[in-house]
Write a protein that binds this ligand. Structure first.
Ligand SMILES: Cc1cc2nc3c(=O)[nH]c(=O)nc-3n(C[C@H](O)[C@H](O)[C@H](O)COP(=O)(O)O)c2cc1C
Length: 400
């Protein structure tokens, strides 16, 4: 690498379609053994990856395997002293600097500007977005000193992802587990969009489909994957919103205020009741069952009953908007005909929403989304076959 001229970062386009370069820094945590999966996930999302390892990281993962997997040089401290201006060249030629896992030691140095290895010199020199993904034991992550250092990094504009609750080293369980490689890559992908003005905005996002009991063994559900809701939550968090997520799917807590796992519409309503207090923006992406089965205490026997009895379910969104009157409410409307504009307006008024996202059933659980955004007056935007990440961006951009 011998780039003398500083390349210009592309800052004006809302979405950068050109391939992005990630400077992936790995430090001395046991979670470093997951670095190959992070590389794979980043490459799957179209990123070019250059690795740097600290001396401690080399105890857990070899530069040779990282070179093979990234298909690129893996730099270490030895290179710092042999290649001219390496840290500046690496900082200038990459778009995102990612530290995963980030140890307590490295976070402390990032917070204070200590630059006594190649990785930390790149960190100080780097002018683009810096992402820190901590991994350590619960006692360490919960210590005041680590929390203060994380706060300092946050205040300097670093994006902190996780850590989350889960299995730790030595059969321990608790806070401190690094978030999963695929989720790290999804967050890096979401960083490609222009900044949204969501700082400190309290947002509640619901995601996934509800599952209602028919009898002790059977359920009535729908195919909602929760992907769009989770993408909305991720993007809102990355843009500094205070996000609460309620979902029927497992959601990794990358830094949300609260994550609630629900199953049926009654649990959804209850958890929304518990969370709406300070919420200004509500995005109701969850697919709530329109029908509630009349519950049978014993397994329905086929020789006795051939019909499933249902009643109309309460409209949870209407109940919430009437009870809490959030400043902004976004509802969703699934239509057979996406060109039918009458139904979205009807729903918008009935449910007291500010926006309705109209889509058809081809969107459910699909990686590509087509939809229209309505406000009280008109259809304000329309998209065809965009990624879930882009769909989330377009929605948040229109409502923020
Ligand atoms: C087995 C083992 C596991 C470790 N795991 C972690 C960890 O998960 N998080 C952490 O902050 N430090 C961990 N450490 C301590 C770091 O390796 C140590 O602080 C080192 O100096 C970090 O250097 P670096 O930040 O330059 O990579 C671990 C140490 C050992 C021996």
């Amino acid at each position: 690498m011998n780039l003398k001229k500083k390349p210009k970062r592309n800052q004006n386009h809302f979405y950068h379609s050109v391939t992005k370069n990630v400077l992936f820094c790995i430090t001395g945590s046991i979670a470093a053994i997951k670095a190959p999966f992070i590389i794979r996930a980043l490459k799957d999302q179209g990123f070019l990856v250059t690795c740097i390892v600290t001396e401690a990281a080399k105890k857990f993962i070899t530069p040779f395997s990282l070179t093979l997997l990234s298909d690129n040089t893996c730099y270490e401290d030895l290179d710092f002293w042999s290649e001219n201006n390496l840290h500046i060249n690496l900082a200038r030629t990459h778009d995102i600097l990612l530290i995963a896992p980030a140890t307590a030691n490295t976070i402390a140095k990032c917070a204070t500007g200590i630059a006594n290895n190649l990785m930390l010199n790149c960190f100080v020199a780097f002018e683009g977005k810096k992402v820190i993904v901590p991994a350590m034991h619960a006692e360490m992550i919960n210590s005041k000193i680590v929390q203060n250092n994380i706060e300092k990094c946050k205040n300097m504009g670093c994006l902190i992802l996780g850590p989350t609750y889960g299995n730790l080293l030595s059969e321990d369980k608790g806070e401190g587990r690094m978030i999963e490689p695929e989720e790290i890559a999804r967050c890096i992908t979401s960083l490609q969009f222009n900044k949204l003005n969501l700082r400190d905005k309290p947002i509640l996002i619901t995601a996934g489909g509800t599952t209602e009991d028919i009898d002790p063994v059977r359920t009535l559900s729908n195919r909602s994957s929760g992907k769009l809701g989770e993408s909305l939550a991720r993007l809102a968090y990355i843009n500094d919103a205070k996000v609460i997520v309620i979902s029927s799917h497992l959601i990794e807590n990358i830094g949300y205020q609260k994550v609630v796992k629900i199953s049926n519409s009654n649990e959804l309503k209850q958890s929304m009741d518990d969370s709406m207090g300070s919420i200004e923006t509500l995005i109701m992406a969850a697919a709530v069952s329109d029908y509630l089965p009349i519950y049978q205490n014993q397994k329905i026997r086929r020789e006795k009953q051939t019909e499933i009895l249902v009643e109309k379910n309460e409209d949870v969104l209407s109940y919430i908007t009437k009870t809490y009157e959030p400043k902004i409410t976004v509802g969703f409307c699934l239509q057979d005909d996406i060109n039918d504009s009458k139904t979205p307006f009807e729903k918008l008024h009935q449910k007291k929403c500010n926006y309705i996202i109209a889509n058809d059933s081809s969107n459910i659980a699909n990686d590509k989304r087509s939809y229209k955004i309505y406000n009280a007056n008109s259809c304000i935007d329309s998209f065809k076959d965009v990624s879930v990440h882009e769909a989330a961006y377009n929605i948040l951009k229109n409502i923020s």
